[in-house]
Design a protein around this ligand. Structure first.
Ligand SMILES: [Zn+2]
Length: 171
C-alpha cells in the first residue's frame, strides 16, 4: 500500500533523507512508490528544493500575489485580508438574520406593548432563537417577529449587551 507524494511533509522528508539511504529504502520508509521517490529525489538534487508557485491578483486591490501552487488559493493580500474577512463574516450573519426573520411567525401583537410575562418568556427562551425551528416556536408564541425579539433582547435592555458574542446587523 503506497501513498501519494502530495504533501510538503513527505516532500521535505525526501529532501532530508541521508545521502547514503538507498532510494528503495527511503520509498519503503515513507510508503511511497519507488519511481515517484526516485524522480523527486533526482529533481531536488538537480534543482534544489523548489515549490511550484502560482500568481493571482488580490480580489480587492488587484495586487499580484505569489503563492504555493499546492495549497489553497489565497483570495486577498495581507493588507486587504482583515477587512475582507470581516466583510464576509458580516454578510454571513446578515444572511442568517434574514433566514431567521423569514422563519418568524405572524406579528399579530406588533403594536402592543411587551408585558412583563412576555419579556420573561423571551429571556427564558432566548437560546432557541439560534435555529429557524426555535425562532418559529418563540415568535409564534409571542406574536412578534425575530427582529422584534432581537431588538427587545439587545436594544430594549432586556439582556445586557454582550458585545461581539452575537453580532447582529443593524437595519
Ligand atoms: Zn489587496
Amino acid at each position: 500500500m503506497t501513498v501519494k507524494l502530495n504533501t510538503d511533509e513527505l516532500r521535505w522528508a525526501i529532501v532530508c533523507a541521508p545521502d547514503d539511504e538507498p532510494t528503495s529504502a527511503l520509498a519503503r520508509r515513507l510508503h511511497l512508490d519507488y519511481p515517484t521517490t526516485y524522480e523527486f529525489r533526482a529533481r531536488v538534487k538537480r534543482q534544489g528544493w523548489i515549490c511550484p508557485l502560482k500568481a493571482r491578483a488580490c480580489l480587492d486591490c488587484g495586487q499580484m500575489m505569489l503563492m504555493s501552487a499546492l495549497g489553497g488559493a489565497k483570495r486577498w493580500c495581507q493588507a486587504c485580508r482583515p477587512v475582507a474577512e470581516r466583510r464576509v463574516q458580516q454578510a454571513r450573519s446578515r444572511t442568517k438574520y434574514e433566514a431567521m426573520q423569514a422563519a418568524s411567525g405572524p406579528a399579530s401583537r406588533r403594536w402592543e406593548r411587551w408585558t412583563e410575562e412576555e419579556r420573561r418568556y423571551l429571556l427564558e427562551h432566548q437560546n432557541e432563537l439560534g435555529t429557524p425551528a426555535g425562532v418559529a416556536r418563540v415568535t409564534q408564541h409571542l406574536g412578534r417577529t425575530y427582529a422584534a425579539c432581537m431588538a427587545m433582547l439587545y436594544k430594549g435592555g432586556l439582556r445586557d449587551v454582550d458585545a461581539g458574542s452575537n453580532p447582529e446587523p443593524t437595519q
